[in-house]
Design a protein around this ligand. Structure first.
Ligand SMILES: [Fe+2]
Length: 401
């Protein structure tokens, strides 16, 4: 259809085409989530080793619950919920849709069974397919889009949660995934010089973006330089060998408490075995690849490394303004910007207003994307955010000065 101008298609038919596109995307995105679970054993679906890591079974149910609760229940007359109790189990953090199971208890649920969760998915998938064949009001398009984007965000969390579950099992079972094989080694970094001036950041255009990418606004930047490459394992190892984890001078106060409390000595998944550093990858325990970008470091570690090297992390504005001049996309890159609303930020009145805005406290912004990120979640204005102590995502370090 791409060579037919959309103006030549009557409005009515355009709606049908749009719905067909939604249907196709819906199917493939839902399928992708399930394919990530395919290599798992049934026991792997239920484990929650730490509060931040949700069991794969929960991800499968929660993404399904999102479509059921946000779209089918309010907008598909006659839809009967699969199980009224599931709202309590699979609601993540939406206060506006009722009580929910405590997050840390997600791994204590032996029921619903994995099989029932797959039944739930099938039930909701079928209802969604029927719903998308009806005349869906065009005002619902942004909500449908949000449902799809939400389902696309979860595979990244799902994959990193699976990595945590398997990577903290003493048997280090390999998962087998291309994500980490495809990592290209980092070459020698150069400094990219940026002029001082007034720049604009934030999303611009007619396509979908998240509320936290708005509004586009002006920022003033002093002249700065940003590294063309991410910090490598080799460079990070030099920091470790130089006593980086033993010198309080490089760390924030709460970061130093974290180092002491956890006896931290290396990035997550690194193990020192017979005088060599190994790390757990999705393909099993392997010797640390010195040329690959360092990953699974939290904000504390990224900041400490930058401090040790006499440099700093870029701000999110510096990153966004310079991003056309370097490659990115293999690691989420920590910035030194707190996750805050842009000027004129507004959020929706309904439950979707809880998607981003309420997390704008005590978290830092990450820019870029990672090897586990869905393709259309990689745009220069995309703002990811995590708490400063979290390491389980595919994070990385790019320096500035
Ligand atoms: Fe979610």
């Amino acid at each position: 259809m791409s060579n037919i101008s959309s103006e030549l298609i009557p409005q009515e038919k355009r709606e049908i085409l749009k719905n067909q596109m939604f249907q196709e995307r819906f199917q493939s995105i839902r399928q992708k989530t399930e394919s990530i679970c395919q290599p798992l054993e049934i026991e792997d679906y239920v484990v929650q080793p730490i509060a931040d890591v949700s069991p794969p079974k929960w991800h499968l149910g929660h993404t399904t619950w999102f479509f059921e609760t946000m779209i089918l229940v309010p907008h598909f007359p006659g839809y009967a919920v699969f199980d009224a109790n599931y709202n309590f189990i699979f609601n993540s953090y939406y206060e506006s849709v009722g009580a929910r199971v405590i997050r840390t208890d997600r791994g204590n649920l032996s029921r619903p069974s994995v099989q029932n969760v797959y039944h739930y998915r099938k039930y909701v998938d079928e209802a969604m397919q029927i719903f998308l064949q009806t005349e869906v009001p065009s005002e619902l398009a942004p909500l449908l889009e949000l449902g799809l984007l939400h389902e696309q965000q979860h595979p990244e969390l799902l994959l990193t949660d699976i990595k945590y579950i398997l990577g903290n099992n003493p048997l280090f079972p390999p998962y087998q995934n291309e994500a980490e094989i495809a990592t290209t080694p980092v070459s020698a970094s150069k400094w990219i010089a940026m002029d001082e001036g007034v720049y604009e950041i934030g999303f611009q255009g007619d396509e979908f973006c998240f509320d936290n990418e708005l509004n586009r606004h002006k920022v003033y930047l002093n002249a700065y330089q940003i590294a063309s490459e991410l910090v490598t394992n080799q460079e990070y190892l030099e920091f470790m060998k130089d006593g980086g984890y033993e010198n309080f001078r490089h760390w924030h106060s709460e970061a130093w408490d974290w180092v002491q409390k956890n006896q931290s000595k290396a990035p997550m998944y690194w193990y020192y075995i017979e005088n060599q550093w190994f790390n757990y990858t999705l393909n099993g325990l392997q010797l640390v690849d010195l040329n690959a970008p360092v990953t699974h470091i939290n904000f504390y570690e990224a900041f400490a490394f930058a401090s040790w090297s006499g440099k700093r992390l870029p701000t999110e504005a510096e990153w966004e303004v310079a991003q056309g001049q370097f490659d990115w996309g293999s690691r989420w890159e920590w910035t030194q910007s707190a996750y805050l609303p842009y000027p004129g930020f507004t959020k929706a009145d309904d439950a979707t207003g809880e998607y981003n805005g309420k997390f704008m406290v005590n978290q830092m912004v990450l820019r870029g994307a990672s090897v586990a990120t869905a393709e259309n979640h990689s745009r220069p204005t995309y703002r990811n955010f995590f708490q400063t102590n979290l390491q389980w995502q595919f994070t990385g370090i790019r320096l500035a000065q």
